[in-house]
Ligand binder design. Structure first.
Ligand code: GLA
Ligand code: ZN
Length: 670
């Protein structure tokens, strides 16, 4: 996609006196910066009034960056609207969950179904695309910024009714899907439909009285914003057919179905803002999810070189941490390293957000030195671009499931979708077994193991694809709260886990909820390991499956908690309660032992080892996130670290130490 690793980030020279720009350029050059993301929030400057555009300053910025041979990531500036537009057309502002109509302020707050917003945004994008599409230094189009949020205004309500009619055709079908007979909500006309915010069916704690309705509203809102993205992309395409178009995503952000979005994007890009105590495996998980959206390398559009401003505690990244986290990004499929931002803001709410150039306004800072070191290292690594991560384990992630699980009332508020996904991912991450995060539509035949935990909402076609995967020898892992409801959150009757019953060889009669202080002891049979089951406990009946572990306490003591069923050539593991780490490891150790997947025993301690490969080369990145020096597997000792060009002589790696080993790819043709 790109000829070199883009290294740079958001740059807002428009916020600074012009005389300072030359110094910025000199400083950035010193750090090996070769790219800038510009024009993200410049709409009001570009268009001072309804019929007046002024590109003088943007021309100057683009000319300067072009002269300096920057790769320009050019944003379309539609994420923050000018005050005059609000004043004239208040309807462009959103109505929120509480029903309040928003006025001029903040950003990311346009109503996606406002024709006025669409008209003025299109006009702006048309001007920008026309003006700059011939510039060869424009390497990527950055549409809008961090699309998100939800609007509940009258225009959205009207558009939603049309969306619903398109999907269901008749009001009877809507009533059936949303189970409106419950609480006497029967609808007789599409105009009876009301948006599900707090003034309607929303319950105020993220839950809803009618999940069928609320789920459809989520889908609709995601589609509405996606239409805005497509609108801008199509305008750009009229003027520029080749340059990749992206918008910056936000990892596990709940409101948008990113698998659907990714189909419309040329390359995925995302903003990575872990907090000081985010587990490194969770960051790895987010990267893998972003890679999984297109099963392709991605751009890291934003990260802070030092600290954020918007978290409760904005700790500095410790010495070496930014470098290690940048390589972790690359290891999981990142082809660019971009910062927010290149120069720290002088005022407003982001003045405490870290940047390459800090308020001290000198290159003699720790942060600048670290940015420079990384910049010069990356200059040697362009060969890595486009290399792939190869995984034999896949984890199914699905936004419909995310929404449905968290809308539903019961059995436990502790069932959080992303936590659940991370819980099952972590075993593999800790052992340096690469995991692809895939959609419900992905080709499962590529994997030895498919993890489908908490597959609560079961889509049409899933039964066939999972059955054929297992029948051909695949190993499927699924858990409590799977196969429970259809696409509208109506229960699939006949015992849980609905369509998975036959594959899993069990049926679940009841689901117990375990409050935070409660647990059920579970004994694993092959080693006699005893551990805890928490959050929920399925009461399972065996059909063709065997029990791998039984509950030890309460009225269901002695009944199965974890089962395994052989199904044609493959097998299905069913986990009935959230197992503690030791117990889950026991089960997963057996699972992995049935495949030829190798795991790094020595590394379940925060040492990450990840490989990307091309036909010719294998790039192995080793990073230590353990919080202390740890042992380096012997196979690396004596090898040359390509980042420093030095041979590794000690069998220890420092905290945040990072090495890159490159070797010929011999697996070709094997
Ligand atoms: C987001 C935005 C940026 C900036 C950063 C600060 O990612 O896209 O404009 O506000 O957060 O962390
Ligand atoms: Zn709206």
């Amino acid at each position: 996609m790109f000829n070199r690793i883009l290294y740079g980030g958001d740059y807002n020279p428009n916020q600074w006196p012009k005389e300072t720009w030359t110094d910025d350029m000199l400083a950035f050059k010193k750090a090996g910066i070769n790219s800038a993301t510009i024009n993200v929030f410049s709409w009001s400057k570009l268009q001072p009034s309804e019929n007046e555009y002024d590109f003088t300053e943007l021309d100057d910025i683009i000319n300067m960056l072009t002269k300096e041979k920057y790769d320009i990531v050019l944003a379309t500036a539609t994420a923050a609207m000018p005050g005059w537009l609000y004043k004239r057309y208040p309807e462009i502002g959103r109505v929120d969950y509480e029903g309040r109509h928003h006025r001029f302020g903040e950003r990311h707050n346009f109503c996606p179904n406002s024709l006025v917003y669409q008209k003025y945004a299109s006009r702006l994008v048309e001007e920008i695309a026309k003006r700059y599409s011939d510039n060869k230094q424009v390497t990527c189009w950055h549409i809008n910024n961090e699309y998100g949020g939800t609007c509940y205004c009258d225009k959205c309500e009207k558009a939603f009714r049309v969306w619903v009619k398109d999907k269901y055709r008749t009001i009877e079908a809507v009533n059936k899907a949303w189970n409106t007979e419950f609480w006497g909500h029967t609808l007789y006309d599409f105009d009876d439909i009301v948006v599900p915010n707090l003034l309607g069916d929303g319950l105020g704690d993220g839950r809803t009285a009618f999940a069928g309705l609320s789920l459809d509203y989520k889908r609709f809102n995601s589609d509405s914003l996606l239409n805005c993205f497509k609108m801008e992309r199509d305008i750009i395409r009229k003027y520029d057919q080749d340059t990749p178009v992206t918008t910056n995503l936000m990892g596990t952000y709940k409101e948008l179905d990113y698998f659907k979005w990714a189909k419309e994007m040329d390359i995925v890009s995302w903003d990575n803002y872990p907090s000081y105590n985010t587990p490194w495996s969770y960051v790895a998980f987010c990267h893998d999810l972003m890679r999984g959206l297109k099963q392709q390398p991605f751009m890291l559009m934003e990260q802070t070189p030092s600290q954020q401003n918007w978290q409760p505690y904005n700790s500095l990244k410790r010495p070496g941490q930014m470098r290690a986290q940048s390589y972790q990004t690359i290891a999981h499929g990142g082809d660019t390293i971009q910062f927010f931002q290149l120069k720290r803001s002088v005022g407003a709410c982001e003045k405490f957000h870290g940047a390459v150039l800090e308020h001290a306004n000198t290159t003699e800072t720790r942060v600048f030195r670290e940015v420079s070191q990384l910049g010069h290292e990356l200059e040697k690594l362009d060969g890595l671009i486009g290399s792939q991560n190869k995984s034999r384990v896949a984890l199914i992630f699905d936004w419909d499931n995310y929404w449905a699980l968290e809308f539903t009332s019961g059995p436990s508020i502790d069932l959080r979708y992303v936590d659940q996904m991370h819980h099952y991912y972590r075993y593999f991450c800790d052992r340096n077994i690469s995991v692809d995060i895939i959609s419900t539509e992905a080709d499962l035949s590529l994997y030895d193991i498919v993890l489908a935990p908490v597959l609560y909402l079961f889509k049409d076609g899933m039964t066939e694809s999972l059955e054929s995967y297992v029948a051909k020898g695949g190993k499927l892992v699924t858990t409590y709260m799977s196969g429970i409801v259809d696409q509208s959150d109506n229960v699939i009757l006949g015992g849980y886990p609905g369509p998975l019953k036959e594959l899993a060889g069990i049926w679940v009669e009841e689901i117990d909820a375990l409050a935070p202080s409660q647990f059920n002891l579970i004994k694993e049979k092959s080693h006699g390991t005893i551990g805890k089951g928490t959050i929920v406990a399925d009461i399972i009946h065996l059909e063709t499956a065997q029990s791998l572990a039984d509950y030890q306490t309460d009225f269901y003591a002695g009944s199965p908690a974890v089962t395994k069923n052989d199904y044609e050539e493959g097998s299905v593991y069913y986990i009935g309660s959230q197992l503690d780490d030791d117990l889950l490891s026991r089960i997963f150790d057996c699972l992995v032992a049935e495949t030829s997947i190798t795991k790094d025993k020595s590394t379940a301690n925060g040492l990450e080892i990840t490989t990307r490969e091309t036909d010719k080369k294998r790039y192995t990145l080793v990073m230590n996130f353990a919080g202390e020096p740890v042992g380096l597997p012997e196979r690396f000792v004596g090898k040359k670290d390509q980042l420093t060009d030095k041979a590794i002589t000690t069998p220890k790696i420092e905290h945040f130490g990072t090495y890159l080993f490159v070797e010929e790819n011999k697996s070709l043709g094997s």
